[in-house]
Design a protein around this ligand. Structure first.
Ligand code: ZN
Length: 280
């Protein structure tokens, strides 16, 4: 049987400095239409919100997913251009609009988890803090995490586990689709109840893969054969059709492809519960 978990990293919720960077990029390529499209788009910062789009698509198919919420605390360092992208345009997890959405998702069958901030992968204080903030919003325990920029080092899983996470879904490729180091099945790095659930398909990597549909079919076959789960990661802001053409269509077509293979859809939390009960 094909098992699928759809998931969403919520990196940003509104478009801001991207107007400038995208206009700059279009100008550099002498793409006047691109500049015009961006200018016409100013004032529609909401197009990075994404939640309503995702909820509508998934509701139409009768499936639910997991949203990983970022609580980035990195300050802007004007002298460190590499930090600009990470710090600029970040959202506050406590703003009313986002807490309302988190509560709505949580009480309607979607899962919310922590999208560990950029420096949290080796900082247990930050991990515990970000878990606590999200738990205060929903009023119950949060068990899942995926690290921003898929940052991982030798200490990450130990720290996540110590602060009370039950699973991590950071293990995956950032430069292609497929299974990182060929690890297809969920695994327990400490032989206890803490699971790593690998992801196999991330939106930007999928978009840049030429034979993407053929490769997707291979990944489906591998997941079935290994009695594993195919984890998909589609960022909420990438549902903006102007800035990320075809991402939304691809997401829909992936769900359709999986449904045609009689897939069973899980939130990662539900899947975690199933495998941990089986192995306990
Ligand atoms: Zn991220």
């Amino acid at each position: 049987m094909l098992r699928v978990a759809l998931s969403h990293d919520v990196d940003r919720i509104r478009k801001s400095h991207q107007y400038i960077t995208r206009i700059g990029r279009s100008l550099a390529k002498l793409n006047i239409k691109g500049v015009f499209n961006q200018l016409r788009d100013i004032g529609r910062s909401d197009q990075y919100w994404g939640f309503d789009e995702v909820i509508k698509i998934e509701s139409d198919f009768g499936v639910k997913s997991t949203f990983f919420l970022l609580n980035e605390s990195m300050r802007l360092d004007i002298w460190k251009p590499s930090s600009w992208k990470l710090s600029l345009g970040r959202y506050k997890i406590n703003e009313k609009r986002i807490t309302n959405m988190i509560k709505w998702l949580d009480s309607n069958g979607w899962e919310v988890g922590v999208h560990g901030s950029y420096h949290s992968y080796n900082n247990s204080k930050l991990l515990a803090h970000e878990k606590g903030v999200l738990e205060d919003i929903v009023g119950h325990e949060i068990i899942g995490i995926r690290q921003h920029y898929i940052n991982l080092d030798d200490s990450t899983w130990q720290m996540q586990s110590e602060v009370g996470f039950k699973y991590d879904s950071t293990w995956g490729l950032g430069d292609g689709i497929g299974f990182r180091e060929n690890r297809i099945k969920p695994f327990t790095p400490f032989n206890n109840s803490f699971y790593v659930i690998p992801f196999a398909v991330m939106d930007s990597c999928f978009a840049s893969t030429l034979d993407r549909w053929e490769q997707l079919n291979n990944l489906i076959e591998l997941s079935i054969k290994n009695e594993s789960i195919l984890v998909i990661n589609w960022h909420t802001n990438n549902f903006s059709e102007l800035d990320f053409p075809h991402y939304k269509d691809n997401y829909i077509r992936i769900i359709e492809t999986c449904i045609n293979r009689s897939a069973k859809f899980y939130t990662l939390e539900d899947y975690y519960k199933e495998i941990s009960a089986m192995n306990s």
